[in-house]
Design a protein around this ligand. Sequence first.
Ligand code: MGD
Ligand code: MGD
Ligand code: MO
Length: 764
Amino acid sequence: MIKRTIAQPPEKLTGIEEIEVPHSAVGFKAIKSALTFIKDEVGIVKGIGLLAKLNQKDGFDCPGCAWPDPDEKRSFLAEYCENGAKAVAEEATKNRVSPGFFALHSVNELGQLSDYELGKKGRLTHPMYLREGGTHYEEISWEDAFELIGKTLNGLDSPDEAVFYTSGRTSNEAAYLYQLFVRQFGTNNLPDCSNMCHESSGSALSETVGIGKGSVTLGDFKHADLVIVMGQNPGTNHPRMLTALGETKHNGGKIISVNPLPEVGLKNFIEPQNPLKWLGSGTELSDLFLQVKINGDVALLKAILLLLLQKEKANPGTVFDQEFIAKQTQGYDAFITDLEKYKIPELIAQTGLTHKEVVEAAEMIADNKKIIVCWAMGLTQHKNGVDNIREVVNLLLLKGSIGKPGAGTCPVRGHSNVQGDRTMGIWEKMPEEFLDNLDAYFDFKSPRKHGYDVIKAIDAMHKKEARFFLGMGGNFNSATPDTEFTAQALRNCDLTVHISTKINRSHLVHGKEALILPCLGRTEIDYQASGEQFVTTENSMGVIAKSVGNLEPLSEFLKSETAIVAGMAKATVKNSKVDWDAMAGNYDLIRNAVEATIPGFDQYNDRVRIPGGFYLPNNARENDFSSTHTGKANFTINELSDIVLEKEQYLMMTIRTHDQYNTTIYGLNDRYRGILNERRVVFMNQQDIDEAGLKKDDLVDLISHFEGQERLAEKFIVIPYSIPRNCTATYFPETNVLVPLQSKARISNQPTSKTVVITVRKRE
Ligand SMILES: Nc1nc2c(c(=O)[nH]1)N[C@H]1C(S)=C(S)[C@@H](COP(=O)(O)OP(=O)(O)OC[C@H]3O[C@@H](n4cnc5c(=O)[nH]c(N)nc54)[C@H](O)[C@@H]3O)O[C@H]1N2
Ligand SMILES: Nc1nc2c(c(=O)[nH]1)N[C@H]1C(S)=C(S)[C@@H](COP(=O)(O)OP(=O)(O)OC[C@H]3O[C@@H](n4cnc5c(=O)[nH]c(N)nc54)[C@H](O)[C@@H]3O)O[C@H]1N2
Ligand SMILES: [Mo]
């Protein structure tokens, strides 16, 4: 069994306190919590100045989530949330990690700190270098850092021995230049955080409706009859979405939530815009809460679809949109034939729900015509993650609920520019058309062989088939599955390079040599040769807008991500015809190149200067499905979960607390689930706890089981919680060590971080 190294956070308990689960989300406590983070990290005067620019048309895009801003007026309080304020506080912190700090603390010593303690050390100020065999990072000049990168890359046997990862905060401009550099160097090895996030959504949506992005706009929430929120915790991860759900309700629409946990944000919400309401009882959001078993969604959807089919047969044309089906779709008959193979009681048994609850959901769906389905990681991170989403699409197609106001698909994206990075070409398998355009504009030949995604990249580094790793943002060691395996993969590299704002565990799990390159964050002013620059991002609904920071850079040694890419490119691709300095000196030139090579960016530089930005084209929104492989929207046949639990086994989902941003730990509380000051907890059903002979607050070890292998995570506190039988929940990244690398979704190859088979062992 795998034991811990510094690749994992230490197994220290921090002193749990349990409180009652609150009745509603947001409200006064959220505002108070936001201001406390701002005060402690940034200082109140500078902090308020920052919040005033957050998500405003003349300000910067929140580095938190990708939820869109209203197209129309934006109010001061409404356009940020508690967790956006925490994200800003984390970036604009007063604390600094300088060369002096690294001289005092060895890499090994830093590895003993928790992720929370590490993050609180502050922002990186200087480029740092760890020499082979070295114990401490030392200061290095930018020139020497670029030269080392160029030399190492050019010393590889093949460009495919290098891996270039991207996290989703990188701006469009930096991402575009970065993928150009990587392709000019000669590889498509561009894995990204999206491989672990919405890859299943992209795979399912491209196949079924011809675009890997969602079809709805923010305005659609005002017109929807019914919004179904599946596998998503907006109260914590997309708090501004609660405002949109509030609007649905306000206009008479209904909400169904489907989740193994009764997440507070989905139950009740107190508007942040209106201080008069902060102390009130709030808006009840969900009309129906379906507490589904982990990975029971395909079974639930199939049961609902069968009930709808029965109703449609009884009264043809009243439940399904037959005209839409006939005109716009393909595969209906085969889909219905397959669906009829299933038996409703058997399906419902897999969901853990009652017959009555499923019938109620089917009736709400049958009665309404304008339906939006929203989802996030609760649907994508499963072996049948793609099936989950294709089944959602089947439902929407039957109802003709796509490509019209108030209806459609809404995969809710994570990182603030994860969608834009893909549009800019950060993908290991960009289509030929994109590569052809790039080649024509820049007069070179980009590689055509598909590159590594996250899982394949880890595997290749582990086998020493890849020997160079670069992370454009992110925290690869801690965000990926199978922590100890991944750590070994990184340690196998000749050189690991991280372009980062803050110190994280990936800097401590390094190759023979390592570099940390500190970059500007969203909140900072970006000075370049032609003057102050702005960047652009794409939100979850395909709006491209400008983002400009308002703080002086915290150190003169920081470079923008774009400038860093240019520096690396010049040191590496010696025969390039690209004028890297000109592009990095004036981002308008990068945007001109984007306009020339990517459809939908006509007059990019002009349109993005209009406050609020512009929408990219979206065929599904326009009710046009001609870009799928059949030229129509496609019904698909999907598989149920095939996980069979043995005695004493549970399914574990790894989720986020209210006080973290992925691997960045803002604080130790999960207020909305009643847990304060502790992350090493395992939520279990009370009956399961009783049957296992355990009690509340017992200390346990968790062991995962996959293809005969066992993985171990030690010291977790048992917490009885409202969760279906045989289901458990823990926080990521502490339990990533339990997620097997080879456990992945069919088609999308996404890690299955929400379905890990575990047993629980009481500690002596
Ligand atoms: N404050 C904050 N904001 C964030 C982030 C953050 O860490 N902190 N992360 C950002 C990123 S990158 C992303 S991708 C998003 C993530 O946003 P979410 O997807 O909301 O994040 P998770 O915590 O993974 O929560 C998954 C939800 O799915 C439920 N779930 C788990 N398994 C199943 C299942 O089998 N079926 C169903 N129906 N539900 C299930 C869980 O109970 C939980 O409510 O948030 C983004 N925004
Ligand atoms: N078990 C489990 N694992 C998961 C998930 C899960 O639900 N369960 N979720 C997955 C998902 S959805 C995602 S998206 C991934 C996230 O994976 P990543 O994107 O790799 O991880 P983050 O924690 O978001 O990255 C945080 C780091 O980014 C750097 N950073 C912050 N802002 C900037 C910036 O502006 N520029 C640069 N260059 N660096 C910056 C900081 O140094 C910080 O330490 O994790 C995945 N891993
Ligand atoms: Mo994500």
